[in-house]
Design a protein around this ligand. Structure first.
Ligand code: NAD
Length: 434
């Protein structure tokens, strides 16, 4: 990891340090995804089977897994992993259940009642990536809020072979249907529906460049499906003062670095001696990791920034807007009011990122790539939508009507004005005749 002193940098160097590597989806990837989506829309299940054979090397008898497969997977799993997944499920459920929006009803003026009510998104699709490691935690992070929100249909796609842990979590979350599908074809199937796959209204979950590009394309298509949030490589920024434990800081940096070669890892500290100790500890701990090669590549583009003060560390963090922010200082909570751009914040020596990744209760699907300025951690609200309601009494309309008519007149919308006027006139006639 290279070390830089913040105050010695010019503005353009600072800007460069805060910038993520450009995410470029090549024209080739975009074109293949467009082709895959078109083929799935045209040929449905037949296309899904052919594409799964081509990209995953698997011949599918059936796209949809039957419920018996879930019971077999559960029977194969050891008690220890089931217990751990259930504990994670319980904590994630507790935190997300507490996010339920309360109905809102306000009388803005006498006789004018405004309400906000929440409904689940009807049908949602969850994408769970395949690849080197099964991701049961992602099933929980997507499946639990869908379950608590009360979405009427929850479907899940994951490429073959499907890990038992994924099926066990799907069972905990009462996922309605599971399809052995990966990549752009899975996204296309969920967005438009096929003979076997239920069409959904919104698609959630991470994935490779094909999955991400497919989510983007189907979200722009008429009659496609909405998507959760834009995705970039995973990131962590650690703020550590002189009193932090360098071994803890190094372990947190490495736990991010092992995600992938494109992971972004930043340490900001006002203590130059901490920078040195952490760099040493990183080298030492690297030797113990099974994904050391991946971590090394990520560390190659990572940086330690030495700031003047803790307050400057905070402003650097706010400028970077990390997905994960770990604060290892003597009084971490004191910095909280000053922090405003981060996906998920981990306060103090005993709150490593791993707990949020798996089991504390918070969601691990977070905005990356500086989107923390405008996007939030995934939560219950993403699986619901709000509707507003208003009801006016006759006296309410008599009181508010002239205001509305005056504004409609200013906007030149006669029919708007008339919709009020016609009522007020009838009310006057009725009242006069009484
Ligand atoms: P994946 O499930 O995303 O993609 C696998 C699918 O890609 C295959 O089923 C296949 O259909 C398709 N595919 C492969 N090669 C293709 C080609 N040439 N043309 C068209 N389609 C092709 O699994 P993965 O590839 O292992 O990637 C996992 C991704 O998920 C990684 O990029 C990782 O960074 C990301 N991820 C992100 C998070 C997060 O929370 N941000 C978490 C876990 C994983």
């Amino acid at each position: 990891m290279r070390t830089v002193v913040w105050k010695s940098l010019g503005e353009s160097q600072k800007e460069g340090l805060m910038r993520r590597p450009a995410i470029t989806t090549g024209a080739q990837t975009q074109a293949s995804v467009t082709e895959i989506i078109a083929d799935v829309r045209e040929r449905g299940d037949e296309s899904l089977k052919a594409l799964t054979q081509k990209f995953d090397g698997v011949e599918l008898d059936s796209i949809k897994l039957d419920k018996g497969t879930l019971a077999e997977a559960e029977a194969r799993l050891g008690e220890d992993i089931k217990l751990a997944l259930r504990q994670a499920y319980d904590n994630i459920s507790t935190f997300h259940r507490a996010q339920k929006a309360q109905p809102l009803k306000v009388e803005t003026m006498p006789g004018v009642v405004c309400e906000s009510i929440t409904r689940p998104i009807n049908r949602v699709g969850l994408y769970i990536p395949g690849g080197s490691a099964p991701l049961p935690s992602t099933v929980l992070m997507l499946g639990v809020p869908a379950q608590i929100a009360g979405c009427r249909k929850v479907v899940l796609c994951t490429p073959p072979p499907v890990a038992d842990e994924i099926l066990y979590c799907a069972k905990l979350c009462e996922i309605d249907e599971i399809y052995t599908l990966g990549g752009a074809q899975a996204v296309a199937a969920m967005a438009f529906g096929t003979q076997s796959v239920t069409k959904v209204d919104k698609i959630f979950g991470p994935g490779n460049a094909y999955v991400t590009e497919a989510k983007r394309q189907v979200s722009l298509a008429a009659n496609g499906a909405a998507m959760d949030m834009p995705a970039g490589p995973s990131e962590v920024l650690v703020i550590a003062d002189a009193g932090a434990d360098p071994d803890f800081v190094a372990a947190d940096l490495l736990s991010q670095a092992e995600h992938g070669p494109d992971s972004q890892v930043v340490l900001v500290t006002p203590a130059p001696e901490m920078a040195e100790k952490v760099a040493d500890a990183v080298q030492q701990q690297l030797t113990t990791l099974n994904r050391a090669e991946i971590a090394k590549q990520a560390l190659g583009s990572s940086v330690i920034i030495i700031a003047d003060t803790l307050t400057q560390c905070v402003s650097i963090s706010n400028r970077y807007g990390p997905e994960h922010l770990i604060v290892q200082t003597q009084q971490p909570r004191d910095l909280l009011p000053l922090l405003d751009n981060a996906g998920s914040i981990f306060l103090g020596a005993y709150s490593p990122e791993s707990v949020g990744d798996y089991a504390s209760g918070t969601n691990h699907v977070l905005p990356t790539y500086g989107y923390t300025r405008t996007y939030s951690s995934l939560g219950l609200a993403d699986f619901t939508k709000r509707m507003t309601v208003q009801q006016l009494s006759d006296t309410g309309l008599q009181a508010l009507g002239p205001t509305v008519m005056r504004i409609a007149e200013a906007e030149g919308l006669d029919a708007h004005r008339q919709a009020v006027e016609i009522r007020l006139t009838k009310l006057q006639q009725t009242q006069a005749s009484e």
